[in-house]
Structure formats: structure tokens, C-alpha cells
Design a protein around this ligand. Structure first.
Ligand code: AMP
Length: 427
């Protein structure tokens, strides 16, 4: 089915063509007609399937039609997302798909000065993309007006619930007009997600793409069983292979991200890092450098990398195996996006074999075990990295300390405590 069958306006079709999309993805085929008809919708689709365009395109169409008909302007659409990175990404997509349309959009999220955001909203915007905490702040101080709101999207609903945003979502929705179209996107359909839908959606249609919590089919997955103290050397050995062009490396903790980044830098690898203790500018710069190909590797923790859309990620490496099977699915979804092929590699030391087992059970698939030819699996200490200065070698001690800390932390985490907060204690 071509995009032209959806009844979208000419300008939007032109923007889609400019983006290089030749045909809609399955979630777009299934969801766009239902949204265009004005239904509420639950869409179970993993990130990387083209789900953002599935809600953004019909929303742009509806708003631009209302504007053309001379209907009063106002904020007609609100999109709630779990992280500021995702909020910014959605805003970028809206700008790309709405290129040529006189539609104004603003993003509202914590961790940066609020003045610019308030100013943007005050000028009048058609759409707002927001993380819940900062939005509540502005709503309480009446800096935003949702009296004209017609559409609400809860994006990555499972993730928002996981991060403890349910009370915030309730507070926000309580103050929105009751007559509205509500769309909910989630990677998984848990009981909590179903209950959220029952409370806030009206006779929703349902769209489910791919199997429940199964990783995207386009990702080739494998496991290297490697001793914990040799993980950094193995990563380096892999990175030296020519097809590891754009590599996203996941670690469990911020400390670990810093140490691994330093190690890779010393070994001459171009690398950036992304975690919640870095400033907003640093995080955006790291992402940009990775997107532009200025660095080969981005070392990241789960919280910030969730939902991030970067084209052409050749490999995802689970340097630290994820504690939650759900995080595994999300991590590997960073590669093999849209129609591309990708590879996801997991390092699994003995201490993490139980986590691997849990994940395999959850995704209903045994992951292929691989061995890296020529790699010394029996080395007692890692060899120094090429170019490593002797005085900087204390990274090994730090790595050992961090790994000991991580083993202690392998118990399932409390999601709410990980939430980055703003000065009022909310994200
Ligand atoms: P999302 O699941 O919304 O994060 O989208 C993942 C990626 O798919 C993004 O890079 C989009 O630009 C891309 N994309 C969305 N729709 C299409 C399409 N119809 N054809 C090709 N790529 C698409």
C-alpha cells in the first residue's frame, strides 16, 4: 500500500518522499487509517518499526486541515515521552514530516533552563512534546493551555510506567479535555499497560506488530561467554574489525561508562559517552557526534539510550548484560532499525549466565554462542591497550571495583529510583 492511500495532505506526502520513505512500514499500514478515522488506539510496536511516523503523520494532517479551515489556533496535540532524548527526537520527526506546513511545535523537558521553553509555548504552539515532570511544573503555574487539546499520545507507555511516571501521567490527564483522541504506543503489552489503556482510552482499536516482547527480526544476535576481566580487551578486538562502523555499547552504570570510555580513548578508539550525570549539552553533543560518524563508539547506560533513533548502528554490544529482559529487547532495537540489518552482541561472564537464561526464556529464543578466534580467553590480566600510558593503567583496578559493584547489584532494580530528577525532584 502506498502512502498516498492514507488520505494525507500533499505537503505531508512531499515530506515523506523527501525523507526517502518509499512505502509505509507494517505499523504505519495498520495504525494510520485507524488514527485518521479518529479512533483511540493501542499500538504494540517496538521502537525502530516506524511507530513515530504512525502517530505524527495523521496528527499533522488533522492540525493542518483545521488551520486551513480557519479554526482557532491553540495547542491541539500533546505527546508524552519518557526521556528528553526521545522527546527531542519526536520533535525532530515532527519538524521533518511537517516541513513546509505552518505548524509550530515545542518540547518541554527537565534538566535545562525552563525560560526558553516557556517563551516558545507563550508564542503559541500547535503541538507539545514533553516529559511528564517538567510539564506538570508548567501546568501548575499555568504556563501551558490545553483547553483546545484534541489529541494525546502516550509514547513508550511501558517505559514511562517502568520509570514511575504513573502518578504524573494521571495528574496531567486529569487536567486535559475529556473529549479527545488518545493514542498509546508501547513495546510490550503488560497488565499495567492494559490497565492504563482501560482508564484513559475510549473503545480503543488495537494494533500489534511482531510478537510480544520479541526483538526486532532484522537483528542478528549472539553471545560471547567471556571472563569479566577480559571484556574490555574483547571489545577492543571486535572494534578493530572493519565492519564495526557505528557501535553502541551498553553498560550498567555511569561509572562503568566513564571507565570504559577512558580505556577505549587510550587505545585510540574514537568514542563518546551518554549517561544521566552528563549535562544536556554533553548528551546532545555525544549523540550528534555518533550520528555524524565523528566517533565510532557510543558508550551508554539504559536510561538515556532508550528509544533513541540513530540510523546505521552496525552493532549493539551488551558490554554488561541487562538485568531486565525488557531492557535487552530495547537495547538490541537500537540496531536493525526500519529496514536495515544489524548485529547485537552480548558479553556474558559466568556470573551473568542466570540473566542470560532469564532473557532467553523471555524472548523464547536461545542465543547463538560464538567464540572470537585468536582471543586469549585464559589471560589472567588484560594486556595493555596499544598506546596506553603506564601511569594511566589504574583503569584496571577501577574496572575490577566496578565489576564487583555490578555483581552485587545484579538483583532486579527498583525502576523509580533511577529516574533523573529536576530541582523539584521530578524528571
Ligand atoms: P521509530 O520506530 O519511529 O523510532 O522509527 C525508526 C526509523 O525508521 C527512523 O529512522 C525513521 O526515520 C524510519 N522510518 C519510519 N518510517 C519509515 C518508512 N516508511 N520507510 C523507511 N524508514 C522509515
Amino acid at each position: 500500500m502506498p502512502f498516498s492511500n492514507f488520505g494525507l495532505g500533499k505537503d505531508i506526502l512531499r515530506a515523506i518522499q523527501k525523507a526517502g520513505y518509499t512505502r509505509p512500514t507494517p505499523v504505519q499500514v495498520a495504525a494510520i487509517p485507524k488514527v485518521m478515522q479518529g479512533n483511540d488506539l493501542i499500538a504494540i510496536a517496538q521502537t525502530g518499526t516506524g511507530k513515530t511516523a504512525a502517530f505524527v503523520l495523521p496528527m499533522l494532517h488533522r492540525i493542518s486541515l483545521a488551520n486551513q479551515q480557519g479554526q482557532p489556533r491553540g495547542t491541539k496535540a500533546l505527546i508524552l515521552a519518557p526521556t528528553r532524548e526521545l522527546a527531542l527526537q519526536i520533535m525532530e520527526n515532527i519538524r521533518a514530516y511537517g516541513n513546509g506546513l505552518p505548524i509550530r511545535v515545542a518540547a518541554i523537558f527537565g534538566g535545562v533552563e525552563e525560560e526558553a521553553q516557556i517563551k516558545a509555548v507563550r508564542k503559541g504552539v500547535d503541538m507539545i512534546v514533553a516529559t511528564p515532570g517538567r510539564l506538570i511544573d508548567l501546568m501548575e503555574r499555568q504556563k501551558v493551555d490545553f483547553s483546545m487539546l484534541e489529541m494525546l499520545v502516550l509514547d513508550e507507555a511501558d517505559r514511562m510506567l517502568h520509570m514511575g511516571f504513573l502518578p504524573d501521567i494521571e495528574t496531567i490527564i486529569k487536567d486535559l479535555p475529556k473529549r479527545r483522541q488518545t493514542l498509546m504506543f508501547s513495546a510490550t503489552l503488560s497488565k499495567e499497560v492494559e490497565s492504563l489503556a482501560r482508564r484513559f482510552l475510549y473503545q480503543p482499536k488495537m494494533v500489534q506488530i511482531g510478537k510480544r516482547s520479541n526483538p526486532a527480526d532484522t537483528v542478528v544476535q549472539c553471545v560471547y561467554e567471556v571472563p569479566a576481566h577480559l571484556k574490555s580487551q574483547m571489545l577492543l578486538a571486535l572494534l578493530r574489525q572493519s565492519h564495526f562502523t557505528r557501535v553502541l555499547v551498553f553498560v550498567r552504570m555511569k561509572d562503568g561508562a566513564n571507565v570504559l570510555t577512558n580505556f577505549l580513548k587510550l587505545a585510540g578508539v574514537k568514542v563518546a559517552r551518554l549517561h544521566s550525570s552528563r549535562s544536556q549539552e554533553q548528551r546532545l553533543q555525544a549523540l550528534q557526534d555518533f550520528k555524524d560518524g565523528k566517533v565510532q563508539v557510543l558508550v551508554a547506560t539504559d536510561i538515556v539510550a532508550r528509544g533513541i533513533d540513530i540510523d546505521g548502528v552496525s552493532h549493539v554490544v551488551n558490554y554488561d548484560f541487562p538485568v531486565n529482559p525488557e531492557d535487552y529487547v530495547h537495547r538490541i532495537g537500537r540496531t536493525g532499525r526500519a529496514e536495515a540489518q544489524g548485529e547485537a552482541i552480548s558479553f556474558v561472564p559466568k556470573g551473568d549466565l542466570n540473566l542470560l537464561g532469564m532473557t532467553e526464556l523471555s524472548i523464547g529464543q536461545r542465543l547463538e554462542r560464538k567464540r572470537l578466534r585468536g582471543f586469549d580467553y585464559h589471560a589472567t590480566t588484560p594486556a595493555p591497550a596499544a598506546g596506553e600510558k603506564p601511569e594511566k593503567r589504574d583503569w584496571r583496578k577501577r574496572t575490577r571495583e566496578i565489576e564487583a559493584k555490578q555483581t552485587a547489584k545484579s538483583a532486579p532494580k527498583k525502576p523509580a529510583s533511577k529516574k533523573p530528577t529536576d530541582k523539584r525532584g521530578r524528571k
